[in-house]
Design a protein around this ligand. Structure first.
Ligand SMILES: C[C@@](CO)(OP(=O)(O)O)[C@H](O)COP(=O)(O)OP(=O)(O)OC[C@H]1O[C@@H](n2ccc(N)nc2=O)[C@H](O)[C@@H]1O
Ligand SMILES: Nc1ncnc2c1ncn2[C@@H]1O[C@H](COP(=O)(O)OP(=O)(O)O)[C@@H](O)[C@H]1O
Length: 293
């Protein structure tokens, strides 16, 4: 896997494009409570967002079309199934607008990686096109039709998710997370979400208890998708153990359905030392040194 490149809006903005960030999503904790009749799972999760991720740019055009560049462009089709185009079509259907757009996605996040790249791209498309086309719509309602974590990605701020993840509950003390140094590491295994949920053992290990300190709540919590993901890819367990042993790490865990793992730090220097050590100890891993939004 290639390493992350910094994506800046400047090159697109200079050419007259509107730009919208699509940051990485992290599940600081994720409790699976039950399997529902439709096959989906009832979860309780703390969503948080990084300051970096993909970048979406748009300008008016007669047609609706997507081009993809960036380090992970090769792994992704730009056809009608792409979540960016699905979001655009959903917004057109909801509003009746027939406007087009030329869209350019700079894909900096690995795909099927537990950090919601596709969901965040879809949310960015809704925000960006509603702005560019000047249409009013219930973006939350549209987001729900695109994926369980697209509503959280629409707001881009730490929040609690319940239900399938799409019922959002304000997170007391969320602002205390802002600016925390964050390191994301993906060992290079694609992890499709459905099979990981299907590997959950069906045992409810209890609720995610939130007070007014989200970091403390996350540390006391779990990611119930980690055991099934680790069964599919044992490298994840080694990576979490490695991250937890970094000096200054206050929380190390897998995000979402994996395989990306994260570590949170109190200090930037400790994060940067861990990022340097990744290059030494995990030379083939993708990494992103960033902070919480
Ligand atoms: C696990 C999480 C945690 O944030 O993230 P990722 O690992 O995908 O980033 C999300 O719940 C993923 O949300 P999202 O990626 O939008 O899921 P969807 O497209 O709606 O569903 C993909 C598949 O995951 C399973 N799924 C998803 C959500 C849920 N609450 N229960 C499920 O069982 C279903 O098998 C579904 O077919
Ligand atoms: N713009 C997009 N970015 C990433 N994946 C996308 C996109 N559009 C559609 N997909 C599909 O959605 C699936 C999940 O992608 P992604 O959001 O990266 O996973 P995760 O939520 O686990 O990080 C992938 O299998 C991919 O083929």
């Amino acid at each position: 896997m290639t390493r992350a490149h910094a994506t800046t809006p400047d090159n697109h903005a200079a050419a007259g494009w509107l730009v919208e960030p699509a940051p990485a999503k992290i599940n600081l904790a994720l409790h699976v409570r039950a399997r529902m009749a439709d096959g989906y799972h009832r979860i309780e999760t703390i969503f948080a967002f990084a300051r970096d991720g993909d970048m979406l740019a748009a300008r008016p055009d007669a047609d609706l079309q997507l081009a993809i560049d960036g380090p992970f462009a090769a792994g992704l089709d730009a056809g009608a199934d792409n979540l960016v185009l699905r979001a655009a079509e959903a917004l057109r259907a909801a509003t009746g607008i027939r406007a087009g757009a030329a869209l350019r996605l700079t894909k900096a996040l690995p795909i099927a990686a537990g950090i919601g790249g596709g969901s965040s791209d879809a949310a960015a498309a809704l925000r960006l096109l509603a702005r560019m086309w000047g249409v009013e719509a219930d973006l939350d309602a549209i987001a729900r039709t695109l994926g369980a974590d697209v509503p959280a990605c629409l707001h881009n701020r730490a929040v609690m998710g319940t239900g399938r993840g799409e019922e959002l509950v304000p997170l007391a003390g969320a602002e205390r997370l802002t600016g925390m140094p964050l390191l994301l590491v993906n060992p290079g295994v694609a992890m499709p979400t459905g099979p990981v949920f299907r590997g959950w053992d069906g045992q409810d290990r209890g609720p995610l208890t939130i007070g007014n300190d989200p970091l403390a709540a996350a540390r006391a919590g779990r990611n119930d998708l980690a055991p099934p993901a680790m069964a599919l890819a044992p490298v994840i367990a080694r990576l979490v153990g490695w991250l937890a042993a970094r000096p200054g790490a206050v929380l190390a865990r897998m995000s979402g359905s994996g395989a990306t793992c994260f570590a949170l730090f109190e200090q930037v220097d400790a994060r940067d030392a861990a990022a340097d050590a990744i290059a030494r100890d995990w030379p083939d891993a993708w990494r992103m040194a960033t902070s919480l939004a």
